[in-house]
Design a protein around this ligand. Sequence first.
Ligand code: ADP
Ligand code: MG
Length: 411
Amino acid sequence: MGAPILAGATLGVMGGGQLGRMFAHAAQSMGYFTAVLDPDADSPAGRVSHYHIDDSYENESGLARLAAHCAAVTTEFENVPAASLRALAAMRSGPAPGATSGSAAGLGAAAVPSDLLAVHPSASVVAVAQDRVQEKAHFVACGVPCAPYAVIESAAQLEAVGADLLPGILKTARLGYDGKGQVRVATRAELASAWAALKQQPCVLEKMLALDFECSVIVARGADGSMVHLPVQRNLHRDGILAVTEVFEGNMPPALANTAIAATKKIANDLSYVGVLCVEFFVLQSGGLVVNEMAPRPHNSGHYSLNACDVSQFELQVRTLAGLPLTPPRQHSSAIMLNLLGELWLAADGHSQEPPWAQVLALPGTHLHLYGKTQARVGRKMGHLNVTAATPAQARAVALQAAKLLGFAPF
Ligand code: ADP
Ligand code: MG
């Protein structure tokens, strides 16, 4: 592994959402400068970053402006074009720490070329995570079971779907998130009309499984192959969006947790992954564990680590990007995270309201994280509330009180 990128350098992120914002916070607390590329002039990460390049993710000149600042670049959403990451990885990195941008500009073409920009995770692994067909093929190659599925890219494949996959969920191969790009289908006729409604784009049909619960595992893998993981997260989704994450001893059977961790490490290793990776799993009512999907970045289900662990998922992202050592995260508190979606800002009569933060923050062990989004919409991720406590029962009691104050349905 090369020499680490040290404080004073600039770390860049593709995407200006809340994940980029929390990455920027972690990087800045360790002494780095940060740069964000996002077309939105008012993005959550752009607002807290030293440099904000408001350009499209595809534009060569925007990518070059990002690279000119940075020693390394990561991504905060999986739909960043893989081609853009590939282009970035071929660019030269920005000035070394200590060089002022003025002197670098002054040297101009006579400057000694610096190293190539480090880009983690790489374009090739992000491309796998972006495409459910490639993603599932990777899981199968790793020997990790996933839900029975069929690839549907042609009318012939649609016809050939076995009856055993129904009822099922038709998912677009690309660009789905938070339950978008998915249709539940019970019959062949519904399947055919759902595929037509999705404009016959490449899809996978997955058998609808009877879930006991869902969980996820976050690992961080360095360029030297070293790997650490966060404790297994138990997740509750509502309408396809994460609602609650619970992390404490006893949140799921230890044997299942160990299987999920081993599977995630295999999935990361076999991709030669560098960075933070989250893998989502289903625990079946029949008892088995199957892999659902992966995200090549920190994950909503890992936000509890900001307050409940001695190393957060965002610090792990900084460390993997900068080539710093990884130490195993230690969870020091039982944790429950409530995802704060836009509906909490909307009163029953449709008017906007501010949730009762003062009452929520009067509860012990509550940590409020808001992303600086000014427009609340139903389903929009506005922030999250972490509850930490000495015991799972205490965390649960406080989380339920907070939920009641917020109008968040009990869980
Ligand atoms: P997204 O990319 O939108 O997160 P997912 O594939 O993770 O899409 O699906 C969102 C949610 O839908 C899952 O977390 C789960 O609750 C439910 N779901 C997805 N696939 C299945 C399945 N095969 N069987 C049962 N529930 C599923
Ligand atoms: Mg998902």
